[in-house]
Design a protein around this ligand. Structure first.
Ligand code: UTP
Length: 472
């Protein structure tokens, strides 16, 4: 089909796509008005087609080239009982008070499984107030800033598709009490989504390319793009957390201290897998480096191997909380940014898309998204650390709309934890035989983010005689 465009650059662009087997993009060119045509050409201009074609060839046409994984061994792990933790806490607190820490929320995902309209952070998770995930994190950060007597910048990585809504959310909610200049919201990059069968670029509607964020590894590129910002403020460490885990301890001083004491450049929290078949990536030592090995990549023998004490040898499950040394990512003062290349992975998801002048839908995955993962920089880290965390205290993700890792299970974990704090602080509370409070319960992080903080404000707490308990 001949596409008529005036401009020579546009002609070259159209020819490039047609010659690369992506001519279907212009199927409904005749039905588009001039602004839709311009929009389509501008979107195509943004895509590095050669790079995308290479990804398609390497991952979809031929089998991806997996370099053999050196025999993995369990990684050194700072256990929950490690006596270093107390000393580490002081060290971490000192670095935070010196203004060396920034926090980055990874909130660029599409959240297909949860299916919430709007950014995942705007999901109303809190059991009594119906407050959102964003609110919970913002109030935790507010509290940390107050306790530390310092400002801790909060970077929120969005993606082009949820950026505007996220910015609007924070404006509408007055940044949940944070200083707006300390909340920096910036989108990661995106790549076109590919038809799983034909290797073609998909469209989200007539004349519109379907884009998807390029994975949470995009956070590394975002940090690098903003190197001058971080350097000029004297920030040395970034704590990253994910939008779907309300139990993340923002900027955890103990974690930061362990990272510093160990001279680590990339530290990660891990929770112990108790079931060998739990489908979570685990930290492993391979050769000189740490890496995350996906459940499917770990051999049957390794998955089931146990230590003398009965614990799984490969149990350090990745829960996506990292402490990153900025010099590792940004290079030193000389200003040269290190390359840190990361491999691309394929995510297969089902998506509604526009093809051959009609909509297509599928219950099974029909599309491929190319993503990099933040932890893949581990292979270039001169020294990395894994720190064990308690699942009950730190990990209750909201991934699915029901069942495991859903709002329901996450709320239950939050309430169980808050109930334990109250009981430990000396307040009477009825629990069921699962340890769940019998009444719906919520504690605002503005008041307390842990039991020690709760004990300090006991005089401000009154428990109503009946009904839901909201402590704020
Ligand atoms: P998930 O792997 O759970 O992906 O992201 P998702 O897109 O949010 O959800 P599904 O798979 O479609 O249901 C884990 C974390 O990484 C962030 C997400 O926002 C979440 O905090 N993420 C993921 C990004 O920031 N960018 C991405 O490109 C992908």
């Amino acid at each position: 089909m001949r596409i008529h465009v005036e401009d020579a650059a546009d002609q070259a662009l159209v020819a490039k796509y047609q010659e690369s087997g992506q001519h279907h993009i212009f199927d409904d060119w005749e039905d588009l008005d001039s602004s839709q045509r311009r929009g389509l050409l501008d979107a195509l201009q943004k895509i590095d087609l050669g790079f995308i074609q290479q990804l398609i060839r390497d991952h979809m046409v031929s089998d991806p080239d997996h370099p053999p994984i050196a025999t993995p061994t369990p990684p050194p792990l700072i256990s929950l009982e490690d006596p270093k933790r107390e000393l580490a806490r002081e060290k971490g607190l000192e670095a935070i008070r010196n203004g060396e820490l920034a926090i980055m929320l990874l909130a660029g995902g599409v959240g297909t499984r949860l299916g919430h309209p709007g950014p995942k952070g705007s999901y109303p998770l809190l059991p009594v107030s119906q407050g959102t995930l964003f609110q919970l994190f913002a109030e935790s950060l507010w509290k940390l800033q107050k306790e530390m007597g310092t400002t801790i910048p909060w970077w929120i990585m969005t993606s082009p598709s949820n950026h505007q809504e996220t910015v609007q959310y924070f404006r509408d909610n007055n940044y949940h009490g944070l200083n707006s200049s300390d909340v920096i919201i910036e989108p990661q990059e995106e790549l076109p989504v590919i038809d799983a069968r034909r290797g073609r670029i998909l469209r989200s509607g007539p004349g519109k390319i379907l884009f998807s964020p390029d994975g949470h590894g995009g956070a590394i590129r975002l940090l690098q793009r903003n190197a001058n910002w971080f350097r000029s403020r004297g920030i040395k460490h970034v704590y990253t957390h994910q939008v779907d885990n309300p139990l993340a301890i923002l900027g955890d001083p103990e974690f930061l201290g362990l990272h510093l004491l160990d001279n680590s450049v990339f530290s990660s929290k891990a929770v112990a897998k108790t079931n060998p078949e739990e489908k979570v990536g685990v930290f492993c030592q391979t050769g000189e480096h740490l890496r995350v090995i996906e459940y499917s990549e770990l051999g049957e023998e390794e998955r089931h191997r146990r230590n003398d004490d009965g614990e799984l040898s490969f149990r350090a499950g990745n829960v996506a909380m990292h402490m990153i040394d900025l010099e590792f990512i940004l290079g030193d003062e000389s200003g040269e940014i290190p390359a840190l290349p990361m491999p691309f992975h394929m995510a297969n998801k089902s998506v509604r898309h526009w093809y051959g002048s009609e909509w297509h839908e599928s219950d099974s995955p029909n599309s491929v998204r190319f993503e990099t993962f933040i932890f893949d920089v581990l292979s270039q880290a001169p020294h990395a650390l894994v720190v064990e965390a308690s699942r009950d205290l730190e990990f209750a993700p909201v991934k699915n709309s029901s069942g495991n890792d859903s709002p329901e299970s996450s709320r239950a974990a939050l309430q169980k934890l808050w109930a334990q704090w109250l009981i430990e602080a000396g307040i009477e509370l009825d629990l069921d035989d699962q340890g769940q409070p019998k009444r719906t319960l919520e504690i605002s992080p503005r008041l307390a983010c842990n039991v020690a903080q709760l004990k300090k404000v006991l005089d401000q707490i009154t428990i109503p005689d009946e009904g839901p308990i909201l402590i704020r």
